[in-house]
Design a binder for this molecule. Structure first.
Ligand code: ARG
Length: 362
């Protein structure tokens, strides 16, 4: 019996899993025209979507150069996911000062929502996490720690770095790690994530992984998750202006003390996953929508409504999680690429106002 080629396998996946974007855009003629070395690179990029046929994206870049070197493949995937047909470009605009930013002004009940906004950043001097070896993961963490030491000198940040790298001088014990995960500060154990496993992103767990947290616990940086860095601002209350302003200010400081980020003129901030290109930003709110979700049992109605406003809904426990029994869901604008930071904030504000109106009308 002959072994099916990679192309044959992917064409079979395309038939059985039409939602798998990697399979949808994989072109056997393009693949066959590549050098043997480039075919091997492509095989690693698509491996996660071959092993996990239910992927919605199904590909991870292993190096910032992949987006250029395999442009015919990636461009099609990126356009499909981000819904872009014309020219692609990434504007940056953090000025939210003229916009409505206070969710409390929509309804006093929205004053206590949990808000979080993060950006993905990768440095140009290391491969992306899928292709790093253990030494590189630890070496990158060491460079990041030097940057955090400078950030900590700013009194409005302060705080500390917590590592889960065995033997790190910043190492925390597993109880402390569990506490930080439960507090929604630290990322979960990646070693059981089937998408990340096949992509190599979770390799060498927990080496090179950790997080910086500010004194006020409202500014955090993950090291060694799906991207080199996930830089985030989180707080309770409805003031999106303060939330975004803190992220921007912290990002400005970090970009001066970290090695240069991998940025693309066309795609903005380079990310492992093509879904995160562009502003690289995910802005989200945890809010209770008990009526719209029938006490958290049904995400269908809220998802349909949210989609109209360009918002994605997931459970509050993160990607692939269910809604809480109190109707607690995570709402975030879907668009990442081709929209500025300010526009993302605006979409979140407008979308939340619309969903809240539906919730109270039920
Ligand atoms: N690799 C998964 C898929 O293709 C997740 C993609 C989006 N999520 C992410 N965390 N990058 O379905």
């Amino acid at each position: 019996m002959s072994v099916p080629s990679l192309s044959d396998k992917i064409l079979a996946i395309r038939k059985a899993n039409p939602a798998n974007r990697m399979a949808r855009h994989f072109d056997p003629d393009y693949f066959n025209g590549l050098s043997a070395a480039d075919q091997a690179r492509m095989a690693r990029i698509v491996a996660t979507g071959v092993a996990n046929t239910d992927s919605s994206m199904g590909a991870y870049a292993m190096d910032p150069s992949d987006y250029n070197d395999f442009a015919p493949f990636f461009d099609a995937l990126i356009r499909d996911f981000h819904g872009i047909t014309g020219e692609i470009s990434q504007p940056h605009d953090w000025d939210v000062s003229t916009k409505a930013c206070d969710l409390g002004a929509i309804d006093g009940k929205l004053k206590d929502v949990s808000m979080r906004v993060r950006v993905a950043r990768n440095v140009a001097s290391f491969p992306l996490p899928g292709a790093m070896n253990r030494n590189q993961r630890v070496a990158f963490e060491d460079e990041a720690v030097l940057a955090f030491e400078k950030l900590i000198e700013h009194p409005e940040y302060g705080g500390q770095y917590l590592s889960i790298t065995p033997g790190s001088k910043h190492e925390i014990d597993s109880a402390e790690y569990d506490r930080r995960v439960a507090a929604h500060q630290m990322f979960k154990d990646m070693s059981n994530d089937r998408f990340l496993n096949v992509a190599g992103i979770s390799n060498d767990w927990p080496y090179g992984r950790g997080m910086y947290v500010s004194k006020a616990q409202d500014f955090l940086v993950w090291v060694g998750e799906e991207d080199h860095l996930r830089i985030m601002s989180m707080q309770k209350g409805g003031d999106l202006n303060a939330l975004f302003g803190r992220l921007h200010a912290g990002l400005e400081i970090l970009s001066k003390v970290l090695p240069p980020f991998a940025m693309s003129d066309k795609y903005g901030a380079v990310a492992s996953c093509p879904t995160n290109l562009g502003a690289g930003m995910r802005a989200s709110l945890h809010m209770k929508l008990p009526n719209l979700t029938k006490g958290g049992t049904d995400l269908e109605v809220v998802t349909a409504a949210a989609t109209k406003y360009g918002l994605a809904v997931r459970g509050a426990g993160g990607e692939h999680s269910a809604a809480g029994s109190d109707g607690l869901v995570d709402i975030s604008p879907s668009a990442r690429l081709g929209v500025s930071e300010m526009e993302i904030m605006q979409r979140l504000y407008d979308g939340v106002a619309a969903l809240w109106a539906l919730e109270v009308a039920r």
